[in-house]
Design a protein around this ligand. Structure first.
Ligand code: ATP
Ligand code: MG
Length: 371
C-alpha cells in the first residue's frame, strides 16, 4: 500500500561498481531481479550503479570505479535484465540523492550508524579500525545515502543479499522518523526481499571464508571463462580431513556442497550424475566415505557452465555494442532524475523549506510584517 490507493510495486536495487559481478550476486540478487522483471508485477523497476557509494571506500582509486561502470552494465545485460523493462542509472548523476542524504543525516545518530553489523565488519575488512587510518565520514554515512537511494524512487521492494538487511533496517527507521517528525506520508516504507534458500542470501567465497565479495578476492565471476571457472572450482575449499577417497567427509562448511545447495537441481543430477537421484543421496555417500572431491567438483563445474555459458554469449553481443550500452544507461539516468527530483520537492515541502514554490510562504511573511 502506498498512501491511500493501492499502487503497483516500485523495485529498486543496485551494485557497487567495484569489480565484475560474481555468482554470489547472481544467486543473492540478480536472479531474483530477472524473475521479478519477467513476472512484470511492478510499475517501475530501477537498477542503480552505486558509484558514489563505491567511492566511500575507493576514493583513492577512482579509476577502479570508472572502469567498472560498463563492466557492471554488461553483467546486468548478460544475466537477462532487459533495458525495455528496467531503468538502469548511475548514482552520481542523480543530484537529488546527496540532497536527500543531507536531510536524513539529521535523523540518525553517529552511534546508531556504527552499530550497523555490516558496517562493523566492513570497517574491519577495509582496515578502517586501524588507528592510523580511521573511518571516513562518508563511509560511515553510506547507509544514510542508501536510504536516500531507496526513498528517492519510493521503492517498496528491494531485492538484496543478507548483508544488506541492516541497511534496509536503517532506511526503514529513517522513513518512520521522517514521516513522524514532519507529519507526512511522503516517504514509502521499503521491504527487503532476500532469497528463500538461505545459502543464496550469503554465498561464501571459494576460500570457504566469509561471503563471496569483490573486495575479498574469493569470487567466481559471471564473466570468467571456462578454464578460469574450472581452476577456481578445482582449488575450492572442501573438508581438510577428507584426504583419501575412502575417508568419511564433512558436508557442513564444505564449500562445494554449499554451492551445490545453491545451484544444483534434480535435473542436473539426471543429466550429469544419474547414479544419484538428488543432493541428499550425494551428501550421504560423501559422509560415509568413498566419494572423491574431484567428482563433486566436476559436477559443480558442469552446473556452473550450464548457467554461465548463455551469459557469456549475451555479454559478447553487448561487448560489440558499447555505445548502445552507454546510451541505455544515459537514458535511464535521465528518467531516474525525474523521479528523484519529484521526491526531493515533496521532501522539501514536507520540511517546509520550499520557499519559492509555496505561495503561502509569501503570504505568511507579508502577514508577519504587516503591523
Ligand atoms: P564490495 O566488496 O565492493 O562491497 P560485493 O561483492 O559485496 O562488493 P555489492 O555491490 O556490495 O557486492 O553487493 C550488491 C548486491 O549483491 C547486494 O544486494 C548484496 O547483498 C548482494 N551480494 C553481494 N555478495 C553476495 C553474496 N556473496 N551472496 C549473496 N548476495 C550477495
Ligand atoms: Mg558489498
Amino acid at each position: 500500500m502506498r498512501g491511500e490507493i493501492l499502487m503497483k510495486n516500485i523495485i529498486l536495487t543496485g551494485d557497487r561498481p567495484t569489480g565484475r559481478l560474481h555468482i554470489g550476486h547472481y544467486v543473492g540478487s540478480l536472479k531474483q531481479r530477472v524473475e521479478l522483471q519477467n513476472a512484470g508485477d511492478y510499475e517501475k523497476m530501477f537498477i542503480m550503479i552505486a558509484d558514489t557509494q563505491a567511492l566511500t571506500d575507493n576514493f583513492g582509486t577512482p579509476q577502479k570505479v570508472r572502469d567498472n561502470i560498463i563492466e557492471v552494465m554488461l553483467d546486468y545485460l548478460s544475466v537477462g535484465l532487459n533495458p525495455e523493462k528496467v531503468t538502469f542509472f548511475v548514482q552520481s548523476e542523480i543530484s537529488a540523492l546527496p540532497e536527500l542524504t543531507c536531510y536524513y543525516m539529521n535523523l540518525v545518530t553517529l552511534s546508531r550508524l556504527l552499530r550497523n553489523p555490516t558496517i562493523k565488519s566492513e570497517i574491519k575488512d577495509r582496515g578502517f579500525d586501524n588507528e592510523n587510518k580511521g573511518i571516513p565520514v562518508g563511509f560511515a554515512n553510506y547507509p544514510i545515502s542508501q536510504a536516500a537511494d531507496i526513498t528517492a524512487f519510493k521503492a517498496n521492494i528491494v531485492p538484496v543479499g543478507e548483508d544488506q538487511l541492516p541497511m534496509l533496517e536503517q532506511a526503514r527507521e529513517i522513513v518512520k522518523s521522517f514521516n513522524g517528525i514532519y507529519k507526512c506520508n511522503t516517504l514509502v516504507m521499503p521491504e527487503p526481499i532476500i532469497p528463500q534458500n538461505k545459502v543464496c542470501s550469503r554465498l561464501p567465497g571459494t576460500d570457504g571464508n566469509s561471503k563471496m565479495s569483490k573486495s575479498l578476492n574469493n569470487c567466481i565471476y559471471l564473466s570468467d571463462d571456462s578454464k578460469t571457472v574450472k581452476e577456481k572450482i578445482q582449488s575450492m575449499y572442501t573438508d581438510p580431513n577428507h584426504i583419501k577417497i575412502t575417508d568419511p567427509g564433512k558436508v557442513e562448511g564444505n564449500t562445494v556442497f554449499t554451492y551445490l545447495d545453491a545451484f544444483s537441481t534434480d535435473k542436473h543430477f539426471e543429466k550429469y550424475l544419474p547414479e544419484y537421484h538428488n543432493l541428499e543421496e550425494l551428501k550421504e555417500h560423501y559422509r560415509n566415505g568413498g566419494l572423491g572431491d574431484m567428482k563433486i567438483k566436476m559436477f559443480l563445474f558442469n552446473i556452473m557452465e550450464e548457467i554461465l555459458q548463455p551469459m557469456r554469449e549475451k555479454r559478447k553481443y553487448y561487448e560489440k555494442r558499447i555505445p548502445e550500452v552507454i546510451n541505455i544507461l544515459k537514458n535511464g539516468t535521465a528518467e531516474a532524475n525525474k523521479y528523484a527530483d519529484k521526491t526531493l520537492d515533496e521532501v522539501k515541502s514536507a520540511i517546509g523549506i520550499n520557499y519559492f514554490s509555496d505561495e503561502s510562504f509569501t503570504n505568511e511573511q507579508i502577514e508577519k510584517y504587516d503591523r
